[in-house]
Design a protein around this ligand. Structure first.
Ligand SMILES: Cc1ncc(COP(=O)(O)O)c(C=O)c1O
Length: 448
């Protein structure tokens, strides 16, 4: 790419594929990448922890399909399982051998799951958990934590990026088109603040169906006692607790955040890494709650909950998931994932110190995120108030230009079983160069 064209924001010299992408996708994106237009990219293939664009440029992938490819791109065992199944039919929209086997294994590994059903995405899985909680309790309100993402549905995006810092528990839609359905029904609390959460729960307990939490909130770990406190608080008031394990499931431990933090919710949603790179969603939990999806109740029990998914237990995703689970089940999987995450976080922290740039590297397991804040922060609002957002953006664009592929919003890194120390060293070198560039640019802006 011509540097002058980048500086001018011109798209005239973009490659053909990028031009075609801009002609059919708004912003040349399928909703996944908030890049400057002139960096519009079209990918063609992936292997292990690398992706290539249509021009043959290789990127070091730290998005890994937003964490869906925890096993690595085009992992041989997954490819073999999918290929074998493809010849025997991809979807019957009915319980099949593969989905049954997978369901049995999920029930075995997930402490909360007595019954489960499949769908095709994390969004659907969490949406069903929320619907079940409302139907089971007969209450309408859902409490979520500010800055949490639970999928692209109405509740999922509420207060994801609040425009202002509203008084808790007032929700901010964060997307047009949804305000009417969330403003009276979603309560918002600060993550890691059990005191404030308790106050809100107690005030709304008669209408509150459920508290939903990402146990590891984006990349922010729970403070000691926070998840246990939520469990006790919800139990005390007959409010249900959902763990959104779309990210943490199979990533922090084979039994996900429930096993890792030792807290068991009433309902849980999975997706992402479970599918080994193929579309999947699972919602499950206590038998008494899950039983209200039984179709025999339709028209007979007012608690009956509609769930359905054309592709929800398709044999291809189930085969990919079974292959992925076999890999996760190996003894060294979580040793590697935790080691490599710690390794990259420590090295990145070293770079910040070396360059004298205030910041912190947070995360757990194979997840890392750099925060350009003076102090360590424990929730969205503290981050928002302190963070140097211009540096975050400069970091994302700088890394991308140097061949590091990232997930949106830039600084959350998904590592995989294919990320080695050597790969992380290459990344850290680029991270360091980018920090130097940011410092240099900031200096010349101040001097000018
Ligand atoms: C915590 C969490 N929940 C739910 C979702 C939605 O999953 P999907 O994109 O598969 O619909 C995501 C996606 O990033 C997520 O991070």
């Amino acid at each position: 790419m011509d540097p002058e064209a980048i500086a001018n924001g011109s798209t005239a010299t973009l490659g053909q594929a990028a031009q075609r992408s801009l002609a059919v996708f708004p912003a040349g994106s399928n909703g996944e990448f908030n890049l400057p237009k002139e960096l519009t990219t079209v990918l063609s293939r992936g292997k292990d922890c690398y992706v290539w664009d249509v021009n043959g440029k290789r990127y070091l992938d730290f998005s890994m399909g937003w964490g869906t490819n925890l096993v690595g791109h085009a992992r041989e065992e997954v490819v073999a399982a999918v290929t074998e199944q493809a010849a025997n039919g991809s979807n019957f929209a009915y319980v099949n051998e593969k989905s049954l086997q997978l369901a049995e294994e999920i029930k075995r590994l997930s402490p909360a799951v007595e019954y489960l059903r499949f769908c095709s995405s994390g969004t659907e899985a969490i949406m069903y958990c929320e619907r079940l909680a409302r139907a089971f309790t007969g209450r309408s309100k859902v409490l979520k934590f500010e800055g949490a993402y639970h999928g692209a549905n109405e509740i999922g995006v509420t207060s994801l990026f609040p425009k202002g810092l509203l008084d808790y528990p007032t929700p901010d839609p964060s997307s047009a088109g949804i305000e009417h359905s969330v403003k009276d029904h979603v309560l918002v609390a600060p993550y890691n603040d059990l005191g404030m959460t308790t106050k809100i729960v107690e005030q709304h307990k008669d209408d509150l169906a459920v508290v939903i939490v990402e146990p590891l909130h984006r990349c922010t770990p729970p403070m000691d006692g926070f998840l246990q406190g939520l469990r006790e608080l919800t139990k005390k008031h007959g409010v249900l607790l959902i763990f959104d394990e779309v990210v943490t499931g199979f990533r922090l431990a084979y039994g996900g955040a429930q096993e890792y933090y030792g807290v068991i919710p009433d309902l849980v949603g999975y997706g992402k890494a479970l599918g080994g790179g193929y579309p999947i969603g699972v919602f499950g939990g206590r038998a008494d709650i899950m039983s209200i999806v039984n179709e025999d109740l339709l028209g007979k029990d007012k608690r009956y909950v509609w769930t359905a998914s054309s592709l929800g237990c398709n044999t291809i995703s189930a085969s990919a998931a079974l292959a992925a689970l076999q890999i996760y089940h190996r003894t060294d999987t979580y040793k590697h994932l935790h080691h490599i995450g710690r390794y990259v976080r420590n090295k990145m922290k070293g770079c910040l110190e070396k360059n004298d740039i205030p910041g912190h590297v947070i995360g757990d397991g194979p997840l890392a995120q750099v925060l350009f804040t003076e102090k360590l922060v424990y929730n969205y609002r503290e981050q928002k108030l302190q963070e140097n957002a211009a540096r975050r953006r400069a970091m994302m664009v700088g890394l991308f230009k140097r061949g590091v592929f990232l997930n949106p919003m830039g600084t959350k890194l998904y590592l995989s079983l294919k990320h080695t120390e050597e790969v992380c060293d290459q990344f850290v070198e680029i991270f360091n160069q980018t920090l130097q560039e940011i410092k240099q640019n900031e200096k010349s802006t101040t001097t000018n």
